[in-house]
Write a protein that binds this ligand. Structure first.
Ligand code: ARG
Length: 589
């Protein structure tokens, strides 16, 4: 058992002895400022508060029952009732040695694994994937990888937008102005042209809009020809998506697009109507506020000029068509029946936050019992900005296509690699550039707190110094080069005895030990940035260690072996960590 888990369970046992009915699951320890110790728990303070106890007294009483002497030096009470723990060197050594033997890499599988559906990426058909899609795709992929690593059962689902109102216009365009050779050259560009042309015509001429609507109605009614064209459009888009996912190494367990749920949408609306949860309004059907929330928190209300007016969740349009909301309701229903998940998480732009609030409340009203068994979470994120402070665009003001962005990342990285290591063969430089370029884009997107907007900057994300993918990849490659210089790289495996004496060695070792804690925090709060920052600190600790503690020229064989083992563990944590962020590594840079 990892030391923080041992401390946690000893602490929980001590609290149970003192307060048998306390909910001890909230008693956790977290890494803390090394000034105070290695781990800290603040749980006793909230426990004291709810029970109106003196927190310092509670801490003293708990301490009297707590035995962590195997793992820690003397435990200290600090401030209002914090407990500070400092690891014993012997415990640190023991854990590092177990890792050297391959028994763990500082994390353990969840004791009670959950089943979690991760809904991410979810682009719309017939449109190019743009820079914004890196967000949902990258964050979603990092989260699903973290959850899987911790032993949860994960189902990734790409909820592709393949069944919206856009198809009316696309069908009309396809039938009247399709340029076949252009379609063969660049299908997405041609579909985009069809859409834009017809869309502009519809704005100017209501009869065109009616024509587009009737194509949509025909499609939804199952018209053979329209279905055939629609299928072709979906297939052409899928080729584009697959190319991008292939480059990004992103895979989905299922990709059940919106169209998949079409057969159930009528039933969803009928069921909401018969239960009195939805009603007609101006020909459409919607779910309205039930008044149970204060207006400010009620997603079914909006404030217009100081007045609260209804903002229903629409589930059927006045022309009989269904909405995004209807599909999402059917989707939850399907997912619960198919996988009985404990959680469904939606990695989607924060601008859709009102939609998800309405969705979760509506589902809960519709199927209260089923809703109790699942946690529905919107994992939102902010925008990518240009350095002018506006949403990131090309110089000519167009949205940046994701494919072009990835090309540019690789090109820029290739320039950099060629400058640094001109001696490497071209194929190897290209491979390094691919990993560095894509890694840089992904990492820059995962590093900020996901809810904040961030400024897209090639220079910043490709910098070899600072908290960037190139810096981490370089740190990894540097460690690998130590082993290339070593005559007997296997020596470290034969002799896993660790000597942790220098302060830099101890600091690095303690930091490695927190890998699992970090992964758990990522999984609990759906925040990959915790892992980015953790890995950066690993690299920083490593470089301090490497500057101050000679490895290959260590004073004795025993110290050299120990330091090589520390190098190897660092490399393994970096590689596993980057892989969890969806970033590949290279052995040489
Ligand atoms: N296709 C949607 C869009 O591009 C995102 C879908 C997110 N997932 C969901 N279940 N609503 O905006």
């Amino acid at each position: 058992m990892l030391p923080h888990k041992k401390i946690e369970s000893a602490l929980q046992a001590a609290v149970r002895e003192l307060l048998p009915d306390a909910d001890t699951s909230i008693i956790l320890v977290r890494p803390c400022d090394p000034k105070f110790g290695d781990y800290q728990s603040n749980a006793l303070m909230s426990l004291a508060k709810t029970r109106k106890l003196n927190p310092r007294q509670l801490a003293t009483d708990v301490l009297a029952k707590l035995d962590v002497s195997e793992v820690c030096e003397k435990v200290e009470i600090a401030g209002a009732g914090f407990l500070n723990f400092r690891l014993k060197n012997s415990e640190l050594v023991k854990n590092l040695e177990a890792a050297v033997r391959g028994e763990h890499l500082f994390f353990v599988k969840a004791a009670s694994p959950k089943t979690i559906v991760v809904d991410f990426s979810s682009p719309n058909v017939a449109k190019p994937m743009h820079v914004g899609h890196i967000r949902s795709t990258g964050i979603g992929d990092a989260l699903q990888r973290s959850l899987r690593l911790l032993g949860h059962q994960v189902i990734t689902d790409n909820h592709i937008g393949d069944w919206g109102t856009q198809f009316g216009k696309l069908l009309l365009g396809w039938k009247q102005i399709l340029d076949r050779p252009a379609l063969e050259r660049d299908a997405i560009a041609e579909l985009e042209r069809l859409y834009k042309t017809v869309n502009a015509e519809c704005d100017a001429d209501p009869t065109r809009l009616d024509a587009a609507k009737s194509e949509l109605v025909k499609l939804q009614a199952g018209d053979e020809e329209n279905l055939r064209i629609w299928r072709e459009m979906v297939k052409l888009s899928q080729v584009q998506f697959d190319t991008i996912y292939g480059r990004l190494r992103v895979k989905f367990d299922v990709a059940l697009g919106e169209s998949f749920y079409n057969p159930w949408l009528g039933e969803v609306v009928a069921s909401l109507l018969t239960r009195g949860l939805a009603r007609e309004s101006e020909g459409a059907v919607g779910v309205f506020s039930d008044g149970s929330l204060p207006p400010k928190e009620d997603p079914f209300l909006v404030n217009r000029d100081g007045e609260w007016i209804a903002d229903p969740a629409l589930v059927r349009k006045s022309d009989g068509g269904f909405n995004y909301m209807t599909t999402d309701l059917a989707t939850i229903d399907y997912r619960l029946k198919t996988w009985s998940p404990d959680e469904i998480i939606y990695v989607v732009d924060d601008r859709q936050s009102p939609h998800f609030k309405k969705l979760f409340i509506t589902f809960t009203r519709w199927q209260p019992d089923a809703a109790k068994k699942v946690k529905l979470v919107h994992v939102g994120f902010g925008k990518i900005m240009g350095d002018d402070g506006k949403p990131f665009k090309t110089r000519s003001g167009d949205t940046v296509k994701l494919g072009d962005l990835l090309d540019e990342a690789e090109e820029r990285a290739l320039q950099q690699v060629t400058e640094k290591s001109p001696e490497l063969p071209e194929a190897q430089r290209e491979e390094i550039a691919r990993v560095v370029g894509l890694g840089a884009v992904k990492y820059a997107d995962l590093l900020p707190n996901r809810q904040s907007d961030y400024i897209f900057s090639w220079d910043k994300m490709l910098a070899l110094q600072g908290n960037t993918a190139p810096y981490l990849l370089y740190a990894y490659a540097r460690i690998k080069s130590i082993f290339r210089k070593q005559e007997h790289p296997e020596a470290r495996i034969q002799n896993p005895e660790l000597i942790l004496a220098a302060s830099e060695e101890i600091a690095l070792a303690k930091h490695l030990l927190n890998f699992g804690l970090t992964l758990e925090a990522v999984a609990d709060e759906f925040r990959p940035n915790y892992l980015c920052n953790y890995l950066f600190e690993v690299a920083v600790h490593f470089s301090r260690f490497f500057e101050n503690c000679p490895v290959l020229k260590a004073e004795s064989d025993a110290v050299r072996h120990s330091r090589l083992a520390l190098c190897d563990l660092t490399a393994r944590v970096l590689k596993q960590g980057l892989e969890t962020l969806g970033i590949e590594t290279v052995e040489q840079m």
